[in-house]
Design a protein around this ligand. Sequence first.
Ligand SMILES: [Zn+2]
Length: 86
Amino acid sequence: MDEAEEVAGSLKPPRCPRCGAEIDHLRFFGYELVRADAIFFHNKIEYIRWFSIGDFADDVEYRCPKCDALLFRSEDEALKFFRGEL
Ligand SMILES: [Zn+2]
């Protein structure tokens, strides 16, 4: 086990500042541009062959999985939260 793994293993999961729940993950919401084929099928439009064709837009959210509070708006903040730097 290297030093980074030891540090990670010794850290307790951070707590949500709103509801106090221990958090081992955040719920991520983001917009991603996709491309698909829209076909006419059974009298409806069906979308097939989905492709992601872009990175997430800047407008992202990281929410508490327990209470759904919006906690962070960037990956940098989410990283600091898990590292105990916030
Ligand atoms: Zn919460």
